[in-house]
Design a protein around this ligand. Structure first.
Ligand SMILES: Cc1cc2nc3c(=O)[nH]c(=O)nc-3n(C[C@H](O)[C@H](O)[C@H](O)COP(=O)(O)O)c2cc1C
Length: 266
């Protein structure tokens, strides 16, 4: 039986949903797949790539870039020479910027072979006053044909050792310098913590995708790996963790008009 691994990072579940769709498409073409979530990993897991026909790798897009924990994982990957990869990223309907092209370049440096890529629109996961205005409920069953095409194309090309994707098309990757992650993160609403309101329920600890929150004297305590996904704010029932959310609906609606706001398979 042909085998595949699906590795992904997902802060709020949309990339996980895409990974689930990929898993069920693989099953339909007789692939046995194993899924590995990178969320909350304290240390990069040791992964054996040798016995797989293809590796699928998925990530959300943050500020037109690859999120920091994913960059770290990709940089530390070893023993992937000649291994075929299918790359997928989700994005909130604005742009994927340099996300997939950055990953493709890193994998090429390690002599891996990217045989397909998917950019998939998903509900915008940033927390705004009034909720997320973009791509509500996505990805959904309407995306299955596109995921099928991605899986068919990437598995077929994986069999041909001369076949690889040289570049991820798209103009916006050349403009992602306009949105440097460090500045973007500083502009986003600060996450505030009021220890007196904290009941030590651990909901934020469970929700944090970067394993950044610990319990110290029964209160949530933060380290320096926050990626500003606001999952901790979302799950806190006592508002001990809170943020002055801004209404960015107008700005986001405007940004979603820029080119490359479509799902695409390469
Ligand atoms: C901090 C942050 C930055 C984001 N930046 C972008 C972006 O540059 N472009 C975009 O289209 N969506 C952006 N999004 C939306 C996410 O990429 C999108 O909702 C993604 O599907 C979330 O995946 P997840 O649920 O697997 O974490 C951002 C979301 C967050 C929280």
């Amino acid at each position: 039986m042909k085998k595949a691994k699906i590795i992904y990072f997902s802060a709020s579940g949309k990339t996980q949903k895409a990974a689930d769709f990929i898993e069920s498409e693989l099953k339909k073409i007789d692939f046995k797949s194993e899924t590995i979530a990178l969320n909350g990993e304290k240390k990069i897991p040791e992964i054996d790539f040798c016995n797989e026909s293809i590796i699928y790798f998925g990530t959300p897009t943050y500020m037109w870039h690859t999120p920091a924990p994913v960059k770290k994982f990709i940089k530390e990957l070893k023993n992937i020479e000649g291994i075929p990869f299918g790359l997928f990223c989700t994005f909130g309907g604005v742009t994927t910027g340099s996300n997939l092209s950055w990953i493709l370049r890193q994998l090429k440096k390690k002599n891996a072979r990217v045989t397909g890529a998917l950019k998939l629109k998903a509900e915008h996961s940033m927390m705004f006053k009034g909720g997320s205005p973009l791509e509500k409920g996505k990805p959904d069953d309407n995306d299955i044909p596109m995921i099928k095409k991605f899986v068919a194309r990437s598995t077929e090309k994986a069999l041909d050792t001369d076949s690889e994707l040289k570049k991820i098309p798209g103009i916006m990757q050349y403009f992602s310098f306009l949105s440097p992650p460090a500045i973007g993160s500083k502009m986003m609403p600060k996450i505030k913590f009021s220890p007196e309101k904290c009941t030590g329920c651990s909901a934020c600890i469970q929700a944090c995708p970067t394993n950044n929150i610990f319990l110290t004297e029964k209160k949530a305590d933060r380290q320096n790996n926050c990626i500003k996904c606001y999952r901790c704010v979302e799950v806190c029932s006592t508002s001990a963790t809170d943020a002055d959310l801004i209404s960015t609906e107008k700005l986001l609606n405007l940004l979603s008009k820029i080119p490359e706001n479509r799902s695409e398979v390469y």
